[in-house]
Write a protein that binds this ligand. Structure first.
Ligand code: SF4
Ligand code: SF4
Ligand SMILES: [Fe+2]
Ligand SMILES: [Fe+2]
Length: 333
């Protein structure tokens, strides 16, 4: 959230200048600098005696669709309001008494406000609206009149293009976050259903076991697709590097405090599973690094997996150096 000022309501009492801790508000220009605004501390909102400041979200919602007929009607109305505004200013100029001048001026302003509201409804005043860009482009191209500020309009066009591009980027990065969150959820569901399937098998519920296995595979399909669409699959060398980083993070940073906490709580089963995993991850990191260094080596390598602790060896050991299980149990890859 950040603060915006409605300059029509602002009476320039300047209280916002005093309360804003970052100097984000500027009553000279009517602007509140969104970069300086402390994502909605709302001191200015509460201080403003004219209720001229409100908080708006960082990202604007998409523009509401307006049908062609409604836009046309709004166009006709705003044109008429503009004509009335011009007429009012002509009356103001010709008026002979101050009161008549004042009245004509007020009528002119009133028509301007109505025209602005009509145009806003038609989508011409929202920065995220395509209409604004279309209008500015057509004005620049048609060279309406000599005093038309073409350079300023050009500048505005560039600014709007930039805003639109960054909004698009933001939406896309949100989708990437969503893809990765969905990937994590689906990957977890896969492992959960496999554990449930094993349990169902042990209890002799073979149909349930089968269903859990099928569902686990389904979650894998989802997880792999989400991960792929998120663009997280690189070349093999990049993927090996990612493997080294992930495993290193786990054995160096993630597991040590987990082990410590489990020890402090006297949860021996947790201490055991964390310690096995922590030691195995260190081995995995080493193997990934080695595979990176010898990627072009064509000689076939075999890996042997300990089914108890997840340790991986290149030669079957007499017993697992991490958990002590017999080497005969190791699974060959
Ligand atoms: S406190 Fe409100 S009325 Fe006063 S200058 Fe700021 S925005 Fe305007
Ligand atoms: S919300 Fe806070 S930081 Fe932002 S302009 Fe208002 S007073 Fe300043
Ligand atoms: Fe690992
Ligand atoms: Fe082991």
């Amino acid at each position: 959230m950040h603060a915006v000022r409605n300059i029509r309501l602002c009476t320039k009492d300047c209280l916002c200048l005093y309360v804003c801790p970052t100097g984000a508000t500027d009553t000279e220009t009517g602007q509140i600098d969104a970069q300086k605004c402390l994502s909605g501390c709302r001191l200015c909102v509460d201080a403003c005696p004219s209720h001229a400041i409100s908080l708006v979200p960082e990202e604007y919602p998409a523009q509401q669709e307006t049908s062609g007929d409604v836009k046309k009607a709004l166009g006709i109305l705003s044109k008429s309001k503009t004509e009335q505004e011009i007429a009012a200013y002509e009356i103001e100029e010709a008026a002979e008494t101050p009161r008549a001048k004042q009245l004509a001026k007020a009528i002119g302003m009133s028509n301007r406000i109505m025209a602005e509201d009509l145009l806003r409804e038609a989508g011409f005043m929202l920065p995220q609206s395509g209409e604004v860009l279309k209008l500015l482009n057509s004005l620049v191209e048609s060279e309406t009149s000599e005093d038309f500020p073409a350079a300023a309009a050009e500048k505005l066009i560039q600014k709007l293009r930039k805003i639109n591009a960054s909004m698009k980027e933001k939406t896309m990065s949100k989708t990437t976050d969503n893809l990765l969150e969905a990937f994590a959820g689906e990957a977890q569901a896969n492992r959960k259903y496999l554990a449930f399937s094993r349990k169902a098998e042990q209890e002799g519920h073979l149909n349930a076991a089968k269903l859990f296995r099928a569902a686990a595979d389904a979650e894998t399909i989802h997880a792999l697709k989400h991960f792929e669409v998120a663009g997280k699959i690189g070349s093999t060398i990049e993927n090996l590097k990612s493997g080294v980083e992930g495993e290193t993070h786990e054995y160096k940073e993630m597991y040590p405090p987990f082990v410590e906490q489990a020890e402090a709580e006297g949860n021996n089963a947790a201490v055991r599973t964390f310690t096995f995993a922590m030691k195995a991850e260190e081995v995995h990191a080493g193997l990934y690094q080695e595979a990176m260094d010898t990627l072009d080596n064509q000689e076939e390598v075999f890996y042997y997996l300990c089914p108890v602790c997840g340790n991986i060896e290149k030669v079957v050991p007499g017993k697992c150096p991490i958990c002590g299980v017999s080497g005969e149990k190791f699974i060959k890859y």
